[in-house]
Design a protein around this ligand. Structure first.
Ligand SMILES: [Zn+2]
Length: 163
């Protein structure tokens, strides 16, 4: 009974495959299936390539997100936040997320005019305590105006120093 089958893979490589671990009546069918695949080395190489592509894509995406959340405060003239170093980094991300979500809900998808939004943004600029933004991270976009109005003097330690 033949156990070594010569296989011409789709990648152009040739391999002699030992099919002795397959039942004798299944070897021909398996050999046909193998001939429709790339050889093991090519399959591994293309799989690794995919993984590298994906890792590179993830890395680029993360860098892009980081850059977006860093350039956003400058673009929208949002002042630096105050607090412990870790709180500041977190607060900056929360503020970015809260304000972009609110803009989408209120202006892009809602009835709020750009002029009204500018007032909300102006109010948001005065709140520079990082902890305030962290505390509001789960708030609803509709509540933002009220939350901004409820902020106290302690949340505005440097009352509009930039504008
Ligand atoms: Zn190959």
């Amino acid at each position: 009974m033949k156990t070594i089958w010569p296989i011409d893979h789709t990648c152009g490589h040739h391999a002699d495959r030992d099919l002795s671990d397959r039942p004798a009546d299944r070897r021909a069918g398996f050999a046909e299936w193998l001939a429709r695949q790339e050889c093991t080395a090519c399959w591994r190489a293309s799989k690794e390539g995919d993984e590298q592509d994906r890792a590179a894509w993830l890395k680029a995406k993360r860098a892009e997100e980081q850059a977006a959340s860093e350039s956003w405060p400058e673009q929208y003239r949002m002042p630096p936040l105050e607090g412990a170093e870790r709180a500041v980094a977190w607060g900056v991300r929360c503020r970015h997320q809260i304000l972009t979500a609110a803009y989408t809900a209120l202006v892009t998808e809602g009835e709020t005019s750009e002029a009204v939004w500018e007032g909300i943004e102006e109010n948001a600029r005065t709140i520079t305590r990082a902890g305030w933004w962290i505390d509001q991270r789960s708030s609803q976009p509709d509540d933002l105006t009220e939350l901004l109005q409820a902020a106290t003097g302690a949340d505005r330690p440097t009352e509009n120093p930039y504008f």
